[in-house]
Design a protein around this ligand. Structure first.
Ligand SMILES: NC(=O)c1ccc[n+]([C@@H]2O[C@H](COP(=O)([O-])OP(=O)(O)OC[C@H]3O[C@@H](n4cnc5c(N)ncnc54)[C@H](OP(=O)(O)O)[C@@H]3O)[C@@H](O)[C@H]2O)c1
Length: 377
């Protein structure tokens, strides 16, 4: 099987290394698209997208260029030329899933994306296996390594800004960390997981999201003094035909399994009828864990694994009925006075059990750009 690589950065070069070293499978990288010329004597590199996307000798393309427009254009063109595709790009997939699935279905090709959620954790393939005989009712997890690294460091007493700077130096956080710290990356992965678990496509912006940009040392200290820590969680529950979903910092007990997930690790907990709870923990990013997941997808497609892209239906998030106890620190506490609450000691309050939708409405009204909220779970 001839493979074309779209991109050869952190993930792409790992995939290239693994496949070039592989002697066990009939899989060979024959063309590699990059943006900047490489003078490394490797004749496989090209700057011309159609050398990969329209190349009749290529059977499968892998995409790791990131972003939405070019990535979507190249993956779609490749599938229209009858090539299978594997992508690690959660943002592109979450934004363009219906179009990508339709293209795969119409052209009779596969589009696999194990690496797009949880990096090296075999999350997507396990959902597929479980769903062969079982029904998934919920999942929740830590699916962004950057924010988990920041929160783990804050647990040890550091403040947000220096930890973010350190994460950027170590390459865990992007120069523009918005997608990570504002929860958008977690939300893209939540969208993809909903497709896998329920055959339902939810637009990313329909999932309420709160990130960790405004968490302060005092918030983490409050959690710690009360036997808890803070984690950014994706949480999804299927109620009949409707799906409740959110991405939000949560204060969880220190003896909770998810509290033990440190640094840039990921953990995802799934509940299904027969299995009950199942917890996946591992490296959610990084060159080799992510590349491993990509190569697993390539081999799965080579071995004839298929996904039914026609099952995808459009869904909406229904959070009516979702409620919780919330820790809220805001410069506009008067806006929240209609919710019964007690002071948390550092200018924050802890509410009684309150509807999520009501809290969200008040957050909009407070219009406080520095507000921090965490659900106490
Ligand atoms: N890094 C991780 O640990 C990780 C984990 C899971 C998923 N992902 C996802 O994998 C994707 C790639 O991430 P990465 O960290 O490998 O990115 P990266 O290091 O920035 O590499 C991007 C590669 O794509 C090429 N490229 C970018 N835009 C292009 C264009 N318009 N035309 C042609 N080539 C283009 C770049 O070429 P040049 O080399 O010439 O600049 C580079 O080789 C992203 O969607 C990311 O979210 C990454």
């Amino acid at each position: 099987m001839n493979i074309g690589l779209l991109g050869c950065g952190n993930v792409g070069h790992g995939v290239l290394e693994i496949l070039d070293a592989d002697k066990k499978h009939d899989v060979k990288v024959t063309k590699i698209l990059v943006r900047h010329e490489r003078n490394n004597g490797d004749g496989r590199f090209t700057l011309v997208p159609s050398d990969v996307t329209g190349n009749p000798d290529i059977d499968l393309v892998t995409e790791f260029i990131g972003g939405v427009e070019s990535a979507a254009e190249f993956v779609k063109a490749s599938m229209q030329h009858g090539k299978h595709a594997v992508t690690a790009n959660k943002k592109m997939l979450a934004e363009c899933m219906p179009e990508m699935f339709r293209t795969a279905h119409e052209n009779g090709v596969e589009l696999f994306f194990e690496a797009s959620v949880g990096g090296g954790i075999p999350w997507i393939s396990n959902i597929r296996n479980i769903r062969e005989i079982d029904e998934i009712s919920s999942f929740r997890g830590i699916i962004n390594g950057t924010t988990n690294y920041i929160l783990s460091s804050m647990e040890k007493g550091m403040d947000f800004a220096p930890v973010l700077a350190e994460a950027q130096t170590l390459g865990y956080a992007e120069p523009d960390p918005t997608d990570d710290i504002d929860g958008f990356d977690t939300r893209y992965k939540t969208v993809i997981s909903c497709e896998e678990a329920f055959d339902t496509y939810i637009r990313p912006e329909e999932i309420p999201v709160f990130g960790i940009r405004h968490i302060s040392k005092s918030d983490m200290d409050y959690a710690s003094e009360n036997g808890m820590t803070v984690k950014l969680l994706s949480r999804v529950v299927k109620n009949g035909d409707s799906i409740a979903a959110s991405v939000m910092p949560c204060m969880i007990a220190k003896d909770n399994e998810l509290a033990a997930v440190k640094a840039n690790s990921n953990a995802i907990e799934l509940t299904s009828s027969n299995l009950g709870k199942l917890l996946f923990i591992g490296q959610g990013a990084g060159t080799y864990p992510t590349s491993h997941a990509v190569v697993q997808d390539i081999l799965a497609i080579q071995n004839g694994k298929k996904h039914d892209y026609s099952r995808l239906t459009r869904g909406t998030v229904e959070n009516a009925g979702a409620s919780g106890v919330y820790y809220i620190r805001t410069a506009a506490p008067e806006v929240f006075s209609e919710i019964e609450s007690e002071r948390a000691g550092n200018g924050a309050v802890i509410t009684v059990k309150t509807d999520l939708e009501k809290v969200m409405g008040l957050i909009d009204r407070a219009n406080d750009p520095e507000l921090f909220i965490a659900e106490v779970v």
